[in-house]
Design a protein around this ligand. Structure first.
Ligand SMILES: CC(C)(COP(=O)(O)OP(=O)(O)OC[C@H]1O[C@@H](n2cnc3c(N)ncnc32)[C@H](O)[C@@H]1OP(=O)(O)O)[C@@H](O)C(=O)NCCC(=O)NCCS
Length: 203
């Protein structure tokens, strides 16, 4: 079992026609192009507009979080080169063996299974290698795309009270989704195969 008090770095995860890799300084222009986008402004805590200054600060924080082993923050790519999105694991509680995951995909790359493929890969790694038993997503129920990703990856809505927050779009609440423990690996494996077939057809 890998120690979850210091997460592995550097890390590359591959599968489903996707390669998840560390962010690089030369990704700045692609990062800004991906993140300066209305849905990302609406549903994530990213600064808006997301300009080069925001991008530089973001890459610097990502690097700090990775080197210190506090989080996993990977660029989603198809070939190890240009990023098309991001998937994260953060808020690790080593005692409770739980962590939260998150994801975003650039507007031009959506509806091709990229988010669900990436979330499945990172969830399998978190369960299988990091041995984190409780994997969580926190999603605004109005974010239909994100709830669809959660469902497709086998996450289920918990009965936990909504987490209230006030953002630039006014007050909102986040539901907590959890990847069930039982048969999770089997289900993820099946989903991975489905995603691989679908992804393969579309490229
Ligand atoms: C949410 C997001 C990551 C989805 O990325 P994606 O790569 O398009 O998602 P996928 O292609 O893997 O889609 C998975 C499922 O969601 C569905 N879906 C995706 N976008 C959808 C939309 N706008 N409306 C309804 N369903 C949607 C897909 O049809 C698919 O469903 P299926 O299993 O029935 O085929 C992307 O829309 C995004 O980056 N949004 C802004 C950032 C964000 O909301 N992040 C999550 C914060 S909690």
């Amino acid at each position: 079992m890998v120690s979850t008090s210091r997460l592995p770095y550097p890390l590359t995860l591959a599968g489903d026609g996707l390669i998840l890799r560390e962010w690089r300084a030369e990704d700045l222009d692609d990062l800004v192009a991906l993140l300066d986008e209305p849905d990302i402004a609406r549903w994530t805590p990213m600064p808006t507009p997301f300009d080069r200054e925001a991008g530089l600060a973001y890459l610097s924080r990502a690097q700090q979080g990775r080197v210190s082993g506090r989080r996993i923050q990977l660029a989603i790519t198809e070939d190890g080169e240009r990023p098309i999105g991001e998937v994260l694991l953060f808020g690790v509680d080593a005692g409770l063996k739980e962590a939260e995951l998150g994801y975003l995909v650039g507007a031009q790359h959506r509806r091709r299974g990229v988010a669900s493929g990436s979330l499945s890969l990172l969830s399998m790694y978190a369960r299988g290698t990091l041995k984190l038993g409780r994997l969580l997503l926190r999603i605004d129920p109005a974010n239909v795309a994100s709830t669809a990703v959660a469902r497709r990856c086998g996450y289920r809505l918990t009965g936990e009270p909504p987490i209230l927050q006030v953002g630039p779009h006014g007050p909102s609440s986040l539901d907590t989704w959890e990847l069930p423990g039982d048969r999770a690996a089997t289900r993820l494996e099946r989903l991975k195969n489905v995603a691989a077939r679908r992804y393969g057809r579309r490229t």
